[in-house]
Design a protein. Structure first.
Length: 229
């Protein structure tokens, strides 16, 4: 059954594109209060995973060790559009950890912001304008903090990636999302989630959390979720 059409893009009377999707509105408790379409549809997290991939940077001493400020943390946990201010934040992160952009393995693409793209010629494209460069700089910082290899930090077998993967069960994803069957969710790969779980993760991330409590829970192997001290 195809997902419902949510948006039509028109040019005058002509429909140029139709966009399908599924929506879940989920409380921090895990209760689904509203939905459109099949909220058990499996999809990739894509860049919605970035805040959770960056969680060890905040909870395991990396942020404090390198004295990252709020703007630098913001570019680590999000996708940016390649504007000069974003590029500068990534440069500042790399400067603080004593590395340069040659260590970034995120690849190269044009700036996502039209104004930024207009001011960059083809020869000056580099990894810093990549929307993921902040996240990769954060992973490099954690790799350096742990004394691990910097050349393979993005590989699944690397300790930085293994720690991120190990965090998922501690976030109560499987136990707190009541609108889904636990047995189905348990079989998913760590990068693929039903839309209801993705929405719940965003609710948890936006809920005020005492990160000292988060850190203590992670150290004890206890689950982390919103609203529980």
């Amino acid at each position: 059954m195809p997902a419902p059409i949510l948006v039509e893009s028109r040019r005058g009377p002509i429909v140029e594109a139709k966009h399908r999707g599924c929506i879940a509105v989920v409380k921090p408790s895990g209760d689904c209060v509203a939905q459109v379409g099949d909220i058990t549809l499996i999809t990739s997290m894509r860049s919605a995973a970035k805040p959770f991939q960056a969680l060890p940077v905040i909870t395991e001493g990396v942020k404090d060790h390198f004295q990252f400020n709020r703007a630098e943390i913001a570019v680590i946990v999000s996708s940016h559009s390649g504007e000069s201010v974003h590029v500068q934040h990534v440069k500042d992160i790399l400067h603080k950890i004593g590395l340069d952009e040659t260590y970034l393995h995120c690849g190269v693409h044009a700036a996502g912001d039209w104004g930024a793209e207009r001011n960059v010629d083809a020869e000056s494209f580099d990894v810093l304008t990549n929307c993921c460069s902040g996240k990769h700089a954060g992973m490099l910082a954690r790799s350096l903090f742990l004394g691990e290899d910097l050349e393979t930090y993005e590989g699944l077998a690397h300790p930085v990636q293994q720690r991120i993967r190990a965090l998922w069960p501690t976030l109560h994803v499987y136990r707190r999302t009541r609108c889904l069957q636990r047995s189905r969710v348990a079989r998913l790969r760590c990068s693929d989630f039903p839309s209801a779980i993705l929405r719940w993760l965003m609710v948890v991330w936006s809920t005020p959390v005492d990160y000292r409590q988060v850190d203590r829970r992670l150290q004890r192997g206890r689950p982390v979720h919103a609203g529980v001290p």
